[in-house]
Design a binder for this molecule. Structure first.
Ligand SMILES: Nc1ncnc2c1ncn2[C@@H]1O[C@H](COP(=O)(O)OP(=O)(O)OP(=O)(O)O)[C@@H](O)[C@H]1O
Ligand SMILES: [Mg+2]
Length: 252
């Protein structure tokens, strides 16, 4: 049974006079990976950032339409944004670790949310590192500066860090685009392992990657949702001519 986790309804996004999204309606299913693809500037990041209300930090941002998570309107005035971001973790294109120890990075969010007991924090660190298969690489280096890690390790540590406050949605904006093929493969494996526990939405420029890792794919063009469907269908038998042109490399 497919269960809807996130629902976008007639969502439009503006930054001052620029319209980044135009009337997008789209469902993301629980415990599935959905890729967002489309050419540069088509609104992928803007869409992702509406799901944890990150766009609000930008001056000139205006939203029309709704975003529901588990059926609840996340733009309702009663919603606590700090709690929302706890539920919806996010990983960016390049690592945004703090220039502090690996351990400090991993316990930052749990501490912010009131966990202070040392053994609880240690337990969280081990759990999230094990879950993201990076424990063996970091367990003897927890007090070392996180920025000493390789780019691929840093990115996996960012994913681990995003899991520290037990979100149930994970948003990823081109998480592997700055990485070598081996580190990319590790991220892809990790995404595959994580989907049994999380609903994952990933923006990627790499269509082979979208085809490999996602259950569903959404194709955006000039702020509009052109096509959404099962990844296998969208890549082998797209319903729309623009989708076909894009996935066959005729533009973008
Ligand atoms: N902070 C901002 N201020 C003004 N305009 C913005 C802002 N962020 C995005 N935009 C505009 O919104 C549109 C969509 O941008 P967005 O970053 O969502 O595209 P994208 O699909 O993620 O592109 P890319 O693949 O290059 O990352 C673009 O026209 C962009 O210039
Ligand atoms: Mg982007």
């Amino acid at each position: 049974m497919k269960e809807i986790k996130i629902q976008l309804k007639n969502l439009s996004v503006f930054f001052n006079y620029i319209q980044a999204l135009n009337d997008v309606s789209l469902d993301f299913y629980s415990n599935k990976v959905t890729s967002i693809i489309g050419p540069s500037g088509c609104g992928k990041t803007s869409l992702l950032r509406t799901i944890n209300r990150m766009n609000e930090l930008i001056a000139g941002f205006l939203r029309k339409g709704s975003v529901f998570i588990d059926g609840i309107d996340i733009y309702d005035e009663k919603i606590d944004v700090v709690n929302l971001r706890k539920l919806v973790g996010m990983v960016f294109q390049t690592s945004n670790l703090f220039p502090k120890s690996i351990y400090e990075n991993l316990i930052f969010a749990p501490k912010l949310h009131g966990i202070s007991d040392k053994s609880d924090l240690n337990e969280i660190v081990e759990r999230i590192c094990t879950q993201t298969a990076i424990w063996d690489e970091v367990k003897d280096r927890l007090n070392e500066n996180a920025l000493n890690l390789s780019a691929g390790q840093q990115q996996r540590l960012c994913i681990a860090r995003a899991l520290a406050v037990e979100p149930n949605i994970l948003l990823m904006d081109e998480p592997a685009s700055a990485l070598d093929p081996i580190s990319t493969a590790k991220i892809e494996e990790l995404i595959f392992d994580l989907k049994s526990r999380y609903t994952i939405v990933i923006v990627t420029h790499n269509m082979q990657q979208a085809a490999r890792i996602s259950d569903y794919t959404a194709f955006l063009y000039l702020g509009q949702l052109i096509e959404f469907g099962k990844t296998t269908k969208l890549f082998t038998n797209p319903a729309n001519k623009q989708t076909e042109d894009y996935i066959t490399g005729r533009f973008g």
